[in-house]
Design a protein around this ligand. Structure first.
Ligand code: MG
Ligand code: MG
Length: 248
């Protein structure tokens, strides 16, 4: 069942969304060669403590950290660690929290120092595929309009759209109905209504879509060893068009 939020609930989701965006913005400013993802994780966790917010992922299904940190060929759900980021790496950071009863969830993939132009293009196209997906979150449209918009953008550049992980409804729970695949024909699934809140999150591989999960039971990597990027926003469907909640 898809939970439609009232305007008062949306206001509370704007608040948690802004907090998520603020943390990610600070993490963005800290990413540089030599920084470790464990330090980024500590910062995010401390900021949650200061705000009396609860990290969304820590403890979720046993996930042990506040952020997911997935460099290079890691697709999603990577564990932060003490390895310094290197010039030319990319790093996907996924972060969520719950505050005042509502979740926000967002992810970015960042270049560490200077990355080559092919890698930068993967980041640019993945972000564009998220924007195209958000733009399709229109009242009266269908859920899979979002899916198709993401897929068309990514595949137009020859990239692989990950199938195993999908976007999701979000609100009082981190993962609510509906699931939002990043592929498939438009015009299917539930009709989009004002007050639906959706975490749209394309995961795009430079090569084939195939992924596997490592022995830690969490970290997803590309099967072909190519790079992977991930961007995510929590978005409200409104009469005035899609509204990004995880923004400053
Ligand atoms: Mg996320
Ligand atoms: Mg998510």
């Amino acid at each position: 069942m898809i939970v439609v939020k009232s305007s008062a609930e949306l206001e509370r989701m704007r608040c948690s969304g802004r907090m998520v965006a603020e943390v990610l913005e600070t993490l963005r400013s800290k990413v540089a060669p030599g920084m470790t993802t464990l330090e980024l994780d500590r910062y995010a966790e401390n900021q949650c403590k200061k705000w009396k917010a609860k990290p969304a992922f820590k403890g979720y299904g046993g996930f042990p950290y506040t952020i997911c940190a997935s460099p290079n060929d890691r697709v999603v759900h990577g564990f932060p660690n003490a390895d310094p980021l290197l010039d030319g790496d990319i790093i996907s950071i996924d972060f969520g929290l719950i505050y005042d009863g509502f979740y926000g969830d967002s992810a970015v993939t960042l270049a560490v120092g200077e990355v080559d132009s092919e890698v930068q293009k993967l980041l640019d196209v993945t972000l564009q595929s998220l924007e195209d997906g958000i733009f399709a979150a229109l009242v009266g449209g269908r859920l899979s309009d979002i899916s198709q918009a993401v897929q068309l953008c990514a595949e137009a550049h020859g990239y692989g759209v990950v199938r195993e992980f999908v976007g999701h409804g979000i609100g009082r729970a981190l993962h609510e109905d509906p699931q939002i695949p990043n592929y498939g024909p438009a015009g299917r699934g539930p009709q989009l209504k004002p007050g639906m809140t959706l975490a749209i999150e394309p995961m795009i591989n430079s090569g084939t879509p195939a992924v596997k999960v490592l022995e830690d039971g969490w970290t997803a990597v590309t099967l072909d060893g190519g790079m992977s990027a991930h961007f995510e926003h929590t978005v409200a469907v409104t009469e005035n068009g899609p509204e990004i909640l995880t923004k400053l």
